[in-house]
Design a protein around this ligand. Structure first.
Ligand code: SF4
Length: 579
């Protein structure tokens, strides 16, 4: 490698119970996180396989710059064939495991196969001395927080953990993969949430992965003075301007989102919530003074610190982070308008290891179809604790996501694209984001290409979505968090100083496009066609806003242009990533 890094891939075969350490390909230097996951899945995973069978592959890949001192660059991508969508999936997560893996020189963990004894549980221990599978039967069925507490009674507090809760073990299609944050308590509060990636980890009987970096150093740049100079300039500029967006976390956006008709209420029958003040992030911020909690960074080296730590009235920790998406889907969409109730629901989802977007949307459809009272927070809590945790019929139905509930209850309003619940940002008022939902290989996923601009539609929305999808693919491959909002031009300057290369913006944008093409190709081989690149009927036919006139109105033939490379413009290179 340009700066003589000797990187490796950990290959774990759960059929043979073997661990092999392989050299990382030099020509894959700029593949990391999402793009590395896409390449490995396209080359090695049978797209027609059963997502919960032995032929699926689970990839855990830090970004290209993870483990270095580049700011906010330690994100981890978790990829596989999704049991929720049937297509390729990349779920991106913070916490410390991404940083720790690349400090040890590991560019990916690739887990294949499936043990014959399905009742067994295994842990993967990654230490400076080596990597090995260890028996973890005594963790079976444990909730994430207790499981990580037990882990850290055996391993150093400086280590980090990747784990699944009971939802992953039960292979629910909403199951997430949890990562511990950097706080002393090492809480499993960060989640690679979408697409059921936790179910795939569960299908391999892998309960946890422990990464102990020991005294491994941070990665050194090839050009330290150029790297340090750009690091300083970028961080200074970022903190002076862009940081304001996430100073108080994503929950602070709620009043604006409500005004813009993108704070969906009661299963998206309205774009605004008349009771939005009870969910406004300002309430959380106000609580810090009396209860404790506050803003923090979930990984070493994050300069954004967008994560809120939420405490209850007695000053006890409840959850972290309580995000805009969770407050919308588990709160507003279910007419639960008290942030404290949503905090408890969020903690329960983190404990069981589930995607709060998918579960919130599924409960909203259950309520909309008469299966639960609107706004009944206690019933929602009981559903999580007594039905989903115990695997009752109702619990399995909801934990398998919004399509599962909609199908069973024969409901007409099921906001979903490619089998995955539509996130908070509403495709009717944010049409370019709707183009992303319709055309991304991931299904409805705001992190695949979020465009917060209610003023554009038609062809302009298609172009904006494509550019955002490219920028986000580059960002999700770099290790930078989307909330840092780096542009392609800024990521290029970090790469060039780190590796001592002279990459152009065009070359980096081409890498992002290549990643998207590989994801689309995986889906094509899995049986997807252009028919699947569309917006769900209910969001085309049912409007929101004044006179219910705001609908998703971009025709299918125009949507198709998002997958045809458009002429390059400056906004592609200098526009910022968003999620
Ligand atoms: S910006 Fe927020 S989510 Fe991203 S790494 Fe920092 S604290 Fe975590």
């Amino acid at each position: 490698m340009a700066n003589n890094e000797n990187h490796k891939i950990i290959r774990v075969n759960m059929t043979e119970m073997s661990v092999n350490i392989k050299d990382f390909r030099e020509d894959w230097k700029y593949l990391g996180g999402r793009s590395l996951s896409a390449r490995i899945l396209l080359e090695e995973c049978d797209p027609g396989c059963d997502p919960l069978g032995p032929k699926n592959i689970l990839v855990l890949a830090p970004g290209v710059l993870s483990g270095s001192s580049a700011p906010t660059s330690g994100r981890l991508s978790v990829g596989c064939k999704s049991p929720l969508t049937g297509g390729i999936k990349e779920a991106n997560v913070g916490g410390n495991p991404g940083q720790d893996l690349l400090r040890l020189g590991y560019r990916a963990i690739v887990v294949t196969g499936q043990p014959a004894a399905r009742e067994k549980r295994w842990g993967l221990e990654i230490k400076p001395e080596g990597v090995r599978l260890v028996a973890a039967d005594d963790y079976a069925g444990m909730w994430n927080y207790a499981s990580c507490e037990k882990l850290f009674s055996h391993y150093p507090q400086t280590a980090s953990a990747i784990s699944i809760g009971p939802a992953g073990e039960r292979m629910y299609k909403s199951a997430s993969v949890a990562c511990t944050d950097r706080e002393r308590e090492r809480r499993p509060a960060r989640h690679a949430a979408r697409g059921g990636v936790g179910a795939v980890m569960g299908s391999k009987c892998l309960k946890w992965i422990l990464v102990d970096p020991g005294k491994a150093p941070t990665r050194k740049p090839a050009n330290p003075s150029a790297f340090s100079a750009f690091h300083k300039k970028f961080s200074k500029d970022y903190l002076a301007a862009r940081h304001k967006t996430f100073e108080w976390g994503t929950s602070a956006v709620i009043p604006v989102a409500n005004m813009l008709n993108t704070f969906p209420y009661r299963n998206r029958t309205a774009g605004r919530n008349p009771h939005f003040e009870g969910l406004d992030g300002a309430r959380i911020r106000e609580s810090f003074e009396k209860r404790g909690g506050g803003m923090h960074n979930c990984m070493n080296g994050c300069i954004v610190k967008c994560s809120n730590m939420v405490h209850d009235k007695d000053g006890n920790y409840v959850t972290s982070a309580l995000e805009f998406e969770t407050l919308t889907l588990l709160g507003s969409c279910c007419d639960i308008n008290d942030w404290e109730e949503v905090a408890i629901l969020d903690r329960l989802c983190d404990e069981l290891g589930m995607d709060t977007i998918e579960i919130g949307a599924a409960i909203a459809v259950l309520m909309d179809s008469g299966g639960m009272q609107w706004g009944d927070a206690n019933a929602a809590k009981a559903l999580l604790k007594d039905e989903i945790a115990k695997g009752t019929d109702l619990g399995v139905l909801v934990a398998n996501g919004v399509s599962s509930v909609g199908r069973k209850r024969g409901h007409h309003r099921v906001p979903v694209v490619k089998g995955q619940a539509v996130p908070a940002w509403d495709p009717r008022s944010m049409k370019a984001t709707g183009v992303t939902y319709a055309t991304s290989a991931m299904g409805a996923d705001h992190t695949a290409g979020l465009v917060i601009n209610p003023a554009i539609g038609g062809e302009a929305a298609v172009l904006a979505s494509q550019e955002s999808q490219i920028v986000n693919a580059v960002c999700d491959s770099s290790g930078f968090c989307l909330f840092l909002q780096p542009s392609i031009d800024e990521i290029r300057q970090f790469y060039n100083a780190f590796f001592g290369d002279e990459l152009s913006n065009e070359a980096l944008a081409d890498m992002g496009w290549q990643c998207l093409q590989e994801e689309w190709e995986f889906n094509r081989r899995a049986g997807f066609s252009s028919e699947d690149d569309d917006m769900v009927k209910c969001l085309r036919e049912e409007g929101i806003g004044p006179d219910n006139a705001i609908k998703f109105d971009i025709p299918r033939d125009l949507l198709a242009k998002a997958k045809v490379r458009q002429p390059v413009s400056d906004t592609l290179f200098y526009g910022t990533a968003a999620g």
